[in-house]
Design a protein around this ligand. Structure first.
Ligand code: GTP
Length: 416
């Protein structure tokens, strides 16, 4: 698998992440979900097949042969693929992080280390973004769950499994799955599960379990209990549709003795895993990552810093205090800027008012000037009239107006 940008994936069927009435929080519905799932387990345990079966789409390539089983590699690599999938108008940005090489070396003692480092570096990247002034575009690449594939030996956990879970359980939601459960007999599966759980308890490992006591609704409580009872999920994956004995086409694996159906709860726990991961507990996994795992990591990291620094320096390293300080400085800067802008505004208004006043005065002066000119002209005309009207003036005054009323009326002859 290689790193690549998000690709749009077409799903062949209903996956269930859009089943929002059952998802606890609805805020993600509008924005779309971002979910990061890591798969860990040695080569050839069916990791790619299970992911593609879960998401009903070819999220990443699978090998059709068992060639990778038992491949010896030099070390663990971390690769990821992203797929944008959409269902009932709900968008899901799915990031699948693969860890090829895990458990494939001769010595797997430290196989957990690069994976832990990768998970913590994602926390660090988030922490760095949280401390920025502009936190509107935080990219959240934190791993929300790890599907840990247990080899179907039937004997219990191996050292590599225990080491991995012991080192990772405080950093990530661990979901153990028994790979290729169809290779075990039905009776074997129950015994295997009991041994795995005993090992998990013995080593004080925390795995993700759906909580049932916080709900009032008896149906939800029962559903969560039923899912919890199937952990670790014994799963079968298949990208093939095969014919059942009755002729029905089902997703499954065909054997000479019959068909193992992926979505048959009597055959394996695929349905319960899908239910928990995608339909009922996706938000809970995201919340647990944010509120419990990340917070604990952040606090631990800061405490560790505080341990070796004096208090003043520690305050500098305290991201929350640093963020508040940044906010305060930013606020003060904004206030100063606002005050400067107000002063500039006042100055501009003052200048404008001055200009207006000046033009008003000019207008008044011009008006006065005009008035004086007109007054002068009026006086001149008056003088001229007086001169003309005076007796003995060279030119006689105009004759008095004719009073037409005193003239004899000339009648028109009547027509009758
Ligand atoms: P790497 O990419 O090498 O890490 O392998 P992987 O873990 O992704 O395994 P992959 O899904 O490529 O499957 C390896 C082989 O196992 C293929 O031949 C699959 O068809 C087969 N396989 C996958 N899932 C199952 C299963 O549930 N049962 C059985 N019997 N075979 C399976």
């Amino acid at each position: 698998m290689h790193n690549q940008g998000a690709v749009k994936k077409k799903m062949n069927g209903y996956v269930g992440f859009s089943n929002f009435p059952n998802q606890e929080h609805r805020r993600s519905i509008k924005r779309g979900f971002n979910f990061t799932l890591m798969v860990v387990g040695e080569s050839g345990l069916g990791k790619s097949t299970l992911i593609n079966t879960l998401f009903e789409s070819k999220v990443y390539p699978t090998k059709e042969t068992e060639e990778s089983v038992g491949t010896v590699r030099a070390g663990v690599e971390i690769t990821s693929v992203s797929a944008d999938i959409q269902e009932n108008g709900v968008k899901l940005r799915l990031n699948v992080v693969d860890t090829p090489g895990f458990g494939d070396s001769i010595n797997n003692e430290d196989a957990w280390r690069p994976i832990l480092e990768n998970i913590e570096s994602r926390f660090d990247a988030y922490l760095a973004q949280e401390n920025r002034v502009n936190r509107s575009k935080i990219v959240d690449n934190r791993v929300n769950a790890v599907l840990y594939f247990i080899r179907p030996t039937g004997h219990g956990l191996r050292a590599v499994d225990i080491e991995f879970m012991k080192h990772l359980h405080t950093r990530v939601n661990l979901i153990p799955v028994i790979a290729k459960a169809d290779t075990l007999a039905g009776r074997e599966v129950e015994g295997f599960k009991a041994r795995i759980l005993a090992d998990i308890n013995y080593h004080g490992i925390q795995i993700f379990r759906p909580v049932s006591d916080q709900f009032d609704d008896p149906e939800t409580v029962a559903d969560n209990k039923a899912i919890g009872a199937r952990i670790p999920f014994a799963v079968v994956g298949s990208e093939r549709v095969v014919a059942r004995a009755d002729g029905a086409a089902v997703r499954g694996r065909q054997y000479p003795w019959g068909t193992v159906e992926v979505e048959n709860e009597a055959h394996n726990d695929f349905v319960s895993l899908r239910q928990m991961l995608l339909r009922t507990h996706m938000e809970e996994l995201r919340d647990a990552t944010d509120v419990a795992l990340y917070e604990a990591y952040r606090t631990q990291k800061l405490l560790a810093l505080g341990h070796v620094q004096d208090n003043a320096v520690f305050r500098e390293f305290n991201p929350r205090a640093a963020a508040e300080e940044e906010e305060r400085v930013h606020g003060a800067k904004m206030q100063k800027l606002e005050a400067e802008m107000a002063a500039v505004f006042r100055q501009k208004v003052h200048e404008k008012e001055g200009k207006l006043k000046l033009s008003e005065e000019e207008l008044h002066a011009r008006h006065q000037q005009m008035k004086a000119v007109l007054e002068k002209q009026r006086h001149e005309l008056e003088d001229r009239r007086m001169r003309l009207a005076a007796p003995g003036s060279a030119s006689a005054p105009p004759p008095p107006p004719v009073d037409h009323a005193e003239q004899p009326v000339q009648r028109m002859p009547s027509k009758d």
